[in-house]
Design a protein around this ligand. Structure first.
Ligand SMILES: [Ca+2]
Ligand SMILES: [Ca+2]
Ligand SMILES: [Ca+2]
Length: 272
């Protein structure tokens, strides 16, 4: 009996330990050097925008107990040039990732527009149910921006319980219940990387514009109108980091300015 009790105790301890161990659900790669959106985008000219700051190399989703952890790795060390602690931020300044998730893969189900300021849409077969904001901004700022500028999308917006930096990786922890459950097989992800803009346009959620010409705090190589996707890098299928994915990204982000203020680019989802 005593032996049985100790075996049961051992099993319980092992189960508890397993609950705390991260279980990888998604692990994708992105090629280096494609931090130029559709191909011609350039970084702002200010020295804080160091080469590689917006070049995604990896995207991982892990389940840890009742939490889901999103990790976005970039090519250069993530710095905090604007001292985010002074504005109750998360230890970095420049990057802003929006992780769009299609949880049902049903035609016409979900929100088919990106958040204001991204200038992107999604195909009707892969509209999103949730978007996780991986941002240096404090929760209160994210909530007020969404409330003012994207109120109709509010139910789908997920603000992490914690966002931090680990070297070259952004790490955002979300409650699985806020996603409607733990990530399941069949979920799709779109992971556009942008730049956090603390003084955004009155209609845009904390995004930095891409203009025709780069400025001190403006990306260049795009359009001054809202026809160009404000996406510097993203992951495309199959998410293995191959050179063909550079070409596929450029093609996916190719835009036309025939109708200057109506964004037409449809971001593809990756279904790992
Ligand atoms: Ca990349
Ligand atoms: Ca959907
Ligand atoms: Ca890419």
């Amino acid at each position: 009996m005593r032996r049985l009790v100790s075996v049961i105790a051992g099993v319980a301890a092992a189960t508890a330990a397993a609950a705390a161990i991260a279980e990888p659900v998604v692990s994708l790669k992105d090629p280096a050097g494609d931090d130029n959106g559709p191909g011609a985008y350039t970084y702002p000219t200010d020295a804080v925008y160091k080469p590689g700051s917006f070049d995604i190399l990896s995207f991982d989703v892990d389940v840890k107990g009742s939490d889901v952890v999103f990790k976005v790795g970039v090519r250069s060390k993530i710095e905090d040039p604007w001292d985010s602690k002074a504005w109750q931020g998360n230890g970095f300044s420049l990057q802003f990732v929006q992780v769009y998730i299609d949880t049902d893969r049903k035609d016409g189900s979900g929100t088919c527009e990106g958040l204001p300021g991204m200038n992107v849409r999604f195909r009707s077969a892969s509209c999103w149910e949730k978007v996780v904001l991986v941002s240096p901004q404090p929760k209160s700022r994210l909530q007020s921006e969404i409330g003012q500028k994207a109120a109709k999308m509010k139910a789908g917006v997920v603000i992490p319980t914690a966002t931090r930096v680990d070297g070259k990786t952004l790490v955002a922890t979300v409650k699985a219940s806020d996603l409607g459950g733990k990530p399941a097989k069949g979920w799709g992800y779109a992971v556009p990387l942008q730049s956090n803009e603390g003084y955004p346009d009155s209609k845009e959620v904390l995004t930095r514009k891409v203009n025709e010409y780069a400025g001190q705090h403006r990306f260049g190589g795009g359009s001054d109108y809202a026809c160009d996707p404000h996406v510097i890098d993203m992951i495309v299928a199959p998410g293995q980091g191959g050179a063909d994915e550079v070409r596929m990204q450029h093609s996916a982000l190719k835009y036309s300015c025939d109708d200057q203020d109506k964004p037409k680019v449809e971001l593809p989802m990756v279904y790992p």
